[in-house]
Design a protein. Structure first.
Lengths: 141, 79
């Protein structure tokens, strides 16, 4: 399940969807709102998504992860709307028989989500300016 | 023909509306983007965007039909 969430993400609720008697490992990733990006002081940000296409493309990423890695379940949720520093922006959880595949699939899902899912980020800076982030124009990956 | 266009993120800001219906003679989704880029001064070149027609990702060469819903997707930045 890949979910675009206008409401705060509750990891405990999502983690329940991973429970499976065949799973001996669970790897999760949390992306948080950070106070600095590309050398600029960030005070808040907004995420916007094309929810339908995002959930469809995100669902494809989860299907790919289930096909590529020996895992049991995978879940991802991404916030939209206004977020403050420290807020949970994205959560990925993978349950697998063993830890190696759980870590690998978790990494695959967050990397592909950042590359492919139609979600956009608008940063608010300490100097009062705002900017839509365009990853191709940035120095850091 | 009349089509519906939806804008997101920086394109929405540069266009000033989130969606509009418009009359066009553009043969493809790519032609329509170029027409709108010339009209509204969009800064992003077509090769940096993706397009979706009727809620599915689609190639820029997709022919347009009466009533199509077209979305232009700026470079994504989730996570």
């Amino acid at each position: 399940m890949f979910k675009i969430s206008p409401e705060p993400i509750d990891p405990a609720v999502l983690a329940r969807e991973l429970r499976d008697p065949a799973a001996g490992a669970c790897a999760t990733f949390e992306g948080w709102v950070r106070n600095r990006n590309d050398g600029r002081a960030v005070v808040a940000l907004e995420y916007e998504a094309h929810a339908l296409l995002a959930e469809r493309e995100g669902g494809r990423i989860l299907e790919e992860a289930l096909a590529k890695f020996p895992i049991v379940k995978a879940v991802c949720a991404h916030r939209t709307g206004a977020l403050a520093l420290g807020d949970l922006a994205v959560w990925v959880g993978v349950a697998a028989e063993h830890r190696g595949a759980a870590f690998d699939a978790c990494r695959y899902i967050i990397d592909q989500t950042k590359l492919r899912v139609p979600i956009w980020k608008r940063e608010h800076y300490a100097d009062g300016t705002v900017d839509w982030i365009n990853p191709a124009e940035r120095k850091a990956p | 023909m009349t089509v519906r266009v939806q804008y997101f993120a920086i394109l929405r800001e540069q266009r000033g509306v989130a969606q509009e219906s418009l009359v066009t003679e553009a043969a493809t989704a790519g032609d329509l983007y170029e027409e709108l880029r010339a009209r509204h001064g969009f800064t992003l070149p077509q090769e940096r965007l993706r397009t979706a027609v009727n809620d599915e990702f689609a190639p820029w060469t997709t022919p347009l039909r009466e009533g199509d819903a077209i979305v232009f997707l700026p470079p994504v930045a989730g996570g």
